[in-house]
Design a protein around this ligand. Structure first.
Ligand code: FES
Length: 155
């Protein structure tokens, strides 16, 4: 039997990683271990490929997902400083989730609505012409909603 070429192996690996992330929202350590066994590769080989592609995340996504567009239009309209302010406010770097599991922050490529730059997506809802004030208001609303939800559950 012929050995699969390196390209075929990498392509199969990426496809498996994509399926895992699609199903779980991230690639857990156990999945890396399982894939390594299945594909007869080392965990380091898998990490090597997975970390090369910026779309894979290795921590569970937060309850609220904040995506900041860093495409050219958003970047020049202040996206970078908005990302930095959001990073500071949430206390988490892009690609990570806050310790309390409430927010995850991601930088993403062009979302295809550049006329609205700078654009953020919070819990799958697109927010255009974003600025720090609007972002801050949005976090206040989310926090308030979460508190009300928590109160409702504890009754
Ligand atoms: S660059 Fe942000 S939506 Fe296109």
């Amino acid at each position: 039997m012929l050995e699969p070429s390196r390209e075929a192996l990498v392509s199969e690996l990426i496809s498996s990683l994509q399926k895992i992330q699609l199903r779980l929202g991230y690639i857990p350590q156990e999945a890396i271990r399982w894939l390594a066994e299945e594909m007869h590769l080392s965990e380091q080989d898998i990490y090597g490929v997975a970390t090369f592609y910026k779309n894979f995340r290795f921590t569970a996504p937060g309850k609220h997902q904040v995506k900041m567009c860093m495409g050219t239009a958003c970047f020049v309209q202040g996206g970078e400083s908005l990302l930095s302010a959001t990073t500071e406010r949430l206390g988490v770097e892009p690609g990570k989730t806050t310790e309390d599991g409430r927010y995850s922050l991601e930088r993403v490529a062009c979302l295809g609505c550049c006329a609205l730059a700078p654009v953020s997506v919070v819990d799958e809802e697109i927010h255009g012409k974003m600025n720090q004030r609007k972002m801050s208001r949005l976090f206040v609303q989310i926090d308030k909603k979460d508190r009300e939800e928590k109160k409702g559950k504890s009754k």
